[in-house]
Design a protein around this ligand. Sequence first.
Ligand code: BG6
Length: 501
Amino acid sequence: MPDQRDAKTTRAQRPENRVLVLFGATGDLAKRKLYPGFFHLMLAGLMPEDFRIIGSGRHSPGTDEEFRERIHDALSEFGRKELTDETWEAFSERLSFVVSSADDGEDLAKAVKDAEDEIGATGSRLVYLSVPPSAMESMVGMLGETGIAKDAALVIEKPFGHDVASAKALNAALHETLREEQIFRIDHFLGKEAAQNILAFRFANGLFEPIWNRDHIAYVQIDVPEKLTIEGRAAFYEGTGAFRDMITTHLLQLLGFVALEPPVALNADALHAERTKVFQSLRPLDPERTVLGQYEGYRDEDDVADDSDVETFVALEAHVDNWRWKGVPFFLRTGKALADGRRVVTVGFHEPPMRMFPLHRDVDHDGDGAVVNDFDGHKRARPNEIVFELSEDPTVSIEMLAKVPGPTMDLGAVSMKLDIDQDFYDRHGLEAYERLLHDVMKGDHMLFTRAEEIERLWEVCAPVLEGDDRPAPLPYAQGSWGPEEAVALPHPRGWRLPDGG
Ligand code: BG6
């Protein structure tokens, strides 16, 4: 069922005809996100008039028909839009699979060329390299030798290396074959509507930017707890861990959006310049202010080593040492098998200089949350907070205090919610991967990171990841909020999930 978009906008947004090559075509990401993403883009009129998707990998999934069958199953299970005979036919006739490997890409190169001739491709081919980090460099070499990489847009998945040296080596290998502007390092958190709304909130409104600094903001929390365990992803997770999976990527990128200076324009170069400046001002992380955890039972998961010390949880305090943020702690937390699944950015403000209202209520007393107990046992008025929920149903709210009606001057916690018409999302919303895949086809780098940003982030994380100072992961119970040491990290206030945690 086509989206009801404005026809003129859709025409302007339609990319040119092109071929898309997908490595990792039978993998989890392709199944959950990429095929459903391309399919929805097609229904929304945001794929090229004509395109071909060529899946590739070392092992054949069978005939093209059998390959299509898998994708049909993926769309039925993970697609956001109804699959009809008509839409499936339009999509499936554009799908095929060609075997290739790092040593042999000749058949694939020929298939790509033939498909481009067939559809009269004018747009640069999109090559999606969803392969393990260890295979990345040799695959890029093959793409170069066969000519597939020539003028292609190459999309790569995190982790981009596993430390400073490997990130530099990967970037050098990429640059041997591709120009930086051909490379799209995908971080799907930046494709989330709600993450981009942080930029709109800050820079499209005159109200908040004047107070967006250390004079008014007391703390920032970027909190992405997950209920899920590693869900059978041991092969990936044992080599990656929560820190490299989430912190060096998604959470620090979100920090970039919260902390960057106003860019001179909303384009790739301007945003890149500002993100780079923020990352340069990020103080190298302090192992003493970092807590790693591992959920109980992790070592019993299939394919996890009995003595694995891979972390499934991270909580840390970061600092941006610049004029705007000096002294404001940024608390980051993420982990598997926790009590709740959330993606919340909280910006907390200083309390008013004078306390004029009585503070005799207790959160536990009547649950209104106007008064919070801090770790030192003091009662405090609940601070004002701007809360961005980056969920499927994103919201922005401002948590405030107001007088409780009645004869006393008691305060109650109230919330001002930004009223984003859900219909707005339903009609126009793109899932994060969809938005980013479309950006790649339009050649727009704004929501993608560049080599120097990635290298700087590894430098910042090095004290925690490399060497003897890496904190030992502490055990925590599944369904908890992680190790006690982490719960206490944002002393004296604690973690500030709007409704618990
Ligand atoms: C992925 C990580 O990049 O992001 C996963 O590899 C994590 O471990 C996921 O669960 C979270 O993404 P989302 O969009 O579900 O919040």
